[in-house]
Design a protein around this ligand. Structure first.
Ligand SMILES: Nc1ncnc2c1ncn2[C@@H]1O[C@H](COP(=O)(O)OP(=O)(O)OP(=O)(O)O)[C@@H](O)[C@H]1O
Length: 456
């Protein structure tokens, strides 16, 4: 279905397309939008771009965008004409006030009827450093947007760093929302293929026929509705990386076809009669055990060995309590940067619930919980009332826990919270109190109460 109503064009010409573009780009908060022509000369420079880079439209219109932005990325700064689109690329741009600013760049090229590059639309927004985002957290680990302090995650990051330079096929295992796609993107960014496309597909999301056509493409007339040739993801990802999410859901017939690409770097599009050669690195991901799938006869053993040359495991968030705090503050600081509310502490009861939560949706769920808290709550403290209902319901007591009193349960959580906070802060009381969402005095008092020593 078209995204436009049949009346859109009429409405657009009544208001004026330039007005609409200017207003639309103003709605994109904290970001710069600009358009360039086929020679890379700036045609449009949004108010956000003026604010972000300190250069008014008068100063840059008609200049080359490389000059306007002061990009220092060599001869072909973008590669955009060749790639067609760029997503979340990290670039350094100059500010009129001096200094350079690291931005995330997303861009889309346009091509005329002859297939010639006809210009592009770009969106840049400041990439805030992990240090700024995690604020009080101190020595955090951030790798291409992956934040973690958990030893198992850091191990996974180490493997990714080492394996990125090679051509090895990587299989990422982890529950939904643990960051499998983020990790796959990081691997691509670290690899020599970083200037080529990174494409992703969820193998569970499409019917077998559609999936085959999406992956391998089809030729005109291959089936009813195939009115023109369609280049599949393997063709479009040539030279780059293809991320196959939920690979365990790939139907058996497509598993054979995938195995062939991995072995021979070639495939035949649907309805085609000749093989196309490609150079694509595969990163696959699954929340299931491929071994179990092989045992159940649902997955080819030979393909499993081809895919899991380097297996990487991402633990669920409930097993990474150190990360819950880190990611919470990361998200809070993101909202603090852009929203009206400024949160600088978390009420102890809220913190306890957050640390105790099972996080079935992992980091994705945590992101949503913070968004919820900023939408419904007010004030500088994030309180229990700001959390979604499932956090506020009283927790059922475990059957084997012979009638523990509420205060005993609470004390246990509180003591654990204090121990965790001290560990995270390497014994620094000020930082530990802030992790636990308590004032320094309360933290000190509770620490005494539970007789928690060390870390000084
Ligand atoms: N360690 C992390 N640090 C920062 N952000 C993270 C981290 N892990 C995940 N995220 C964020 O959580 C969200 C979910 O991550 P992602 O899509 O990579 O998970 P996934 O495992 O691929 O999920 P699914 O299997 O459901 O597709 C994304 O917004 C991602 O940026």
């Amino acid at each position: 279905m078209s995204q436009f109503s049949p009346f859109f064009n009429r409405w657009l010409s009544r208001i004026g397309p330039d007005q609409v573009v200017a207003i639309l780009t103003e709605l994109v908060d904290a970001g710069a939008v600009f358009a360039v022509d086929a020679d890379g000369k700036v045609l449009f420079w949004s108010k956000g771009a003026e604010k972000l880079f300190g250069q008014t439209a008068d100063m840059v219109l008609g200049k080359s965008c490389a000059e306007a932005l002061g990009c220092d990325q060599g001869q072909d700064p973008c590669g955009l004409a060749e790639l067609g689109s760029i997503k979340a690329q990290s670039v350094q741009v100059k500010r009129l006030s001096g200094g350079r600013l690291t931005c995330q760049r997303t861009a889309r090229a346009f091509f005329d009827a002859q297939g010639q590059f006809a210009g592009a639309l770009e969106f840049l927004h400041p990439q805030v450093s992990a240090e700024t985002l995690v604020g009080k957290q101190g020595n955090s680990e951030s790798f291409h947007g992956i934040l973690s302090r958990d030893p198992a995650m850091l191990e996974a990051i180490k493997i990714i760093r080492n394996v990125a330079e090679t051509e090895a096929t990587v299989l990422i295992r982890g529950e939904s929302g643990t960051g499998k796609e983020l990790v796959a993107r990081a691997l691509h960014q670290e690899s020599p293929r970083r200037h080529r496309p990174f494409l992703a597909i969820n193998c569970a999301a499409l019917s077998p026929n559609l999936l085959e056509s999406e992956l391998f493409g089809h030729v005109k007339g291959a089936f009813t509705g195939a009115v023109r040739n369609h280049a599949g993801l393997f063709t479009r990802a040539h030279g780059g990386t293809l991320f196959l999410d939920e690979v365990a859901e790939l139907p058996l017939e497509l598993q054979a076809k995938l195995l062939r690409v991995l072995q021979e770097q070639s495939f035949i599009p649907v309805g085609g009669d000749s093989a196309i050669s490609v150079d694509v690195r595969i990163i696959a991901a699954t929340h299931r055990s491929l071994r179990e799938e092989v045992k159940a006869g649902r997955f080819r053993e030979d393909l499993m060995y081809r895919l899991r040359v380097v297996p990487v495991f991402l633990p669920p968030l409930r097993e990474r309590r150190l990360d819950v705090n880190l990611l919470l503050w990361h998200q809070i600081n993101l909202h603090n940067l852009h929203g009206k509310r400024h949160v600088d502490s978390i009420a102890p009861e809220a913190m306890r619930r957050l640390l105790d939560h099972a996080w079935p949706g992992n980091v994705r769920e945590l992101i949503n919980v913070v968004e919820y808290a900023f939408a419904v709550g007010r004030g500088n403290e994030l309180r229990l009332d700001d959390l979604p209902p499932e956090f506020r319901e009283p927790k059922p007591l475990a059957a084997f826990d012979a009638v523990p009193t509420i205060s005993r349960t609470r004390n246990k959580h509180e003591a654990e919270l204090i121990r965790d906070a001290l560990k995270m802060a390497n014994g620094n009381l000020e930082a530990a109190a802030s992790y636990a969402g308590m004032s320094r005095v309360t933290f000190w008092r509770k620490r005494k109460k539970y007789n928690i020593e060390g870390y000084d």
